[in-house]
Design a protein around this ligand. Structure first.
Ligand code: FAD
Ligand code: DLZ
Ligand code: SF4
Length: 509
């Protein structure tokens, strides 16, 4: 019998991924390939490329050790065709294979590419999620709007996580009212576990430096986990050191602590070094042992079996055109300061600098600093999407696009969220210490030093009045706007327009 090819992509590094489960060790050939197309569909942060390639190399070695025949192509292999399709065709000829077993990729681009191959390709559902795409579609069917909270309750029931006799532990599904405290004075946690690069990682770092050193982002120091054992240690370190305070300070931002009490495990979850249920069980156990309060355990588990599963369901349900959504008709270019050019806005400068150095920013930095700015300023959501897909180590389209196009830019017209996440500088001032070191004054609503978020906030509401004024969750904002006297409203809009004109002219703003 001819062998079949078993495709394992760079974010499918789980030992029991669907294609491997369906394959036969004695007959089939695992295909893994480092290819220019995957490294180049957006200008990925060098840390992201290094993480994926180093973890792929180590995974291939584990598979070989387990008895699999692995045909592995390195990026600098002279026979490398440069694409997943090219590598599958080359390996098919080499091994006289006519059939490919694949785990469905997390990006429509690759799903379609596999469908178009002149080989028989079986794309098997990726069962590393609590909710399959088919189950999500059944849940979504007939609902007027899809809301994460109701989906999340189903996932709690399904997994039994934090459930007691069929009821939510602690008597409530959601403890968010206890979370969202402003930035603490200091952070009693040293941050995520760091790993010294071993020989495999060092070799990859040299390769990435040579090939992608010009991309936005610092390659070194590189301290990510690149194998499951390390990722599990990173998880245990977070659970014991940070999880108890995770809920309280989930939305806070501090110049002196980039990660506060966040886990920084999304890269590991998304490439398959950690399993989502394994993570949630570890959190539940810490709560059962009395080490972690319910608001932290529930808040964390909600991010994983709620948000993470929900956005994946939305991405698969919405189809390949989702990333082109632009319901608000925004068309401004992405400002150069997203790629590190100078800006006077301290919150943006800090978040972008951290992104450049760490390939990480936490949720509120992504949503309420860079995302909020892009939305208020009317930046083309496709450009915003490309940026987020490029700059974070955890960025894979199934999770990045619904967060960016949907939650952050409202470009899907309200599929992910019921209202746009917009705020004036006041929110950033309350939740962070960024405003203290800023050239703008957050208290100034107009005038030469006025915080641009203050001006652009009203500009956004005013220009999208027809769409949002009747949204009950936004009515209060419009009432406040309408109560201002005419002259003040005109001043705000004209100063916002001037500020945007300076931005468009390439001035340092
Ligand atoms: P923690 O705050 O410690 O949360 C724990 C885990 O919950 C995360 O590791 C993650 O797996 C999950 N999680 C939390 N929020 C979300 C969410 N909204 N969607 C999906 N999972 C979530 N997350 C990605 O994994 N990849 C992305 O490319 C990505 N792009 C984003 C783009 C924008 C504009 C926004 C607003 C959010 C994005 N997120 C993305 C969600 C979230 O910001 C990250 O998951 C989180 O910051 C990862 O850091 P952490 O592990 O420290 O998370
Ligand atoms: C992100 C990435 C990069 C940088 N390089 C590779 C690669 O060389 N080979 C590979 O199989 N996968 C890579 N990936 C991950 C894929 O882009 C990812 O599987 C798809 O975007 C689907 O989520
Ligand atoms: Fe950001 Fe405005 Fe605060 Fe400056 S004053 S840090 S621009 S919110």
């Amino acid at each position: 019998m001819n062998p079949r090819l078993v495709l394992v992509l760079g974010d499918q590094l789980s030992p029991g991924v669907a294609a491997l489960k369906a394959a036969d060790k004695d007959r089939d050939v695992v295909v893994m390939a480092e290819v220019a197309d995957e490294a180049g569909y957006v200008p990925h942060h060098p840390k992201k490329i290094a993480l994926v390639l180093a973890a792929m190399r180590k995974h291939a070695e584990r598979l070989r050790h387990d008895g699999w025949h692995v045909a592995y192509t390195r990026l600098d292999d002279p026979e490398n065709t440069g694409s997943i399709a090219g590598e599958l065709l080359r390996r098919a000829e080499e091994h006289r294979a006519g059939e490919v077993l694949a785990t469905e990729p997390g990006e429509w681009r690759l799903i379609q590419l596999l469908d178009a191959l002149p080989l028989t390709v079986r794309q098997l559902p990726d069962d590393r999620f609590v909710c399959s795409s088919a189950e999500f579609a059944r849940w979504a069917e007939g609902r007027k709007s899809l809301r994460m909270e109701f989906f999340y309750r189903e996932m709690r029931r399904k997994t039994g996580l934090l459930m007691e006799d069929g009821q939510p532990a602690g008597g409530q599904w959601n403890f968010d009212h206890e979370n969202r405290k402003p930035a603490p004075g200091e952070v009693a946690y040293g941050g995520p576990m760091q790993f010294t690069p071993d020989a495999v990682v060092e070799e990859v770092l040299d390769l990435v430096e040579a090939r992608f050193g010009g991309n936005f982002g610092d390659l070194r120091p590189f301290a990510f986990a690149t194998e499951p054992g390390q990722a599990r240690r990173a998880l245990a370190h977070f659970v014991s050191g940070a999880l108890p305070r995770f809920g309280d300070y989930q939305d806070a931002m501090l110049e002196s602590s980039r990660t506060l009490y966040h886990a920084v495990i999304s890269p590991y979850l998304n490439i398959g070094l950690l399993d989502p249920l394994e993570v949630c069980r570890a959190v539940e156990e810490a709560w059962q042992a009395g080490d972690v309060p319910i608001n932290a355990a529930e808040g964390f588990i909600r991010q994983i079996i709620g948000w993470r599963e929900f956005v994946r369901g939305i991405y698969m349900l919405q189809g390949a055109d989702y990333t082109a959504s632009n319901m608000l008709g925004h068309d401004r270019d992405l400002p150069a300061f997203f790629w590190g050019a100078e800006t006077r806005m301290n919150c943006i400068a800090h978040t972008v600098a951290q992104t450049r150095e760490d390939a990480y920013a936490h949720h509120i930095q992504r949503l309420m600093v860079t995302g909020n700015f892009a939305l208020l300023a009317g930046i083309d959501p496709a450009r915003v999407h490309e940026w987020y897909l490029a700059v974070y180590t955890d960025a894979f389209e199934w999770v990045e696009a619904p967060n960016t196009i949907g939650m952050s830019q409202f470009a899907d017209g309200g599929v992910v969220g019921s209202k746009p996440y917009v705020s004036s500088g006041n929110y950033i001032s309350k939740m962070s210490d960024y405003c203290r070191g800023c050239a703008y004054k957050v208290k100034d609503k107009t005038g030469p030093g006025a915080c641009p978020f203050n001006l652009l906030y009203w500009h956004f509401l005013d220009r999208h009045r027809a769409r949002f004024a009747r949204n009950p969750r936004m009515a209060q904002m419009y009432r406040t706007w309408d109560r201002m006297d005419d002259a003040r409203r005109r001043t705000i809009l004209s100063e916002a327009g001037d500020w945007l004109a300076r931005l468009d002219a390439g001035e340092t703003v």
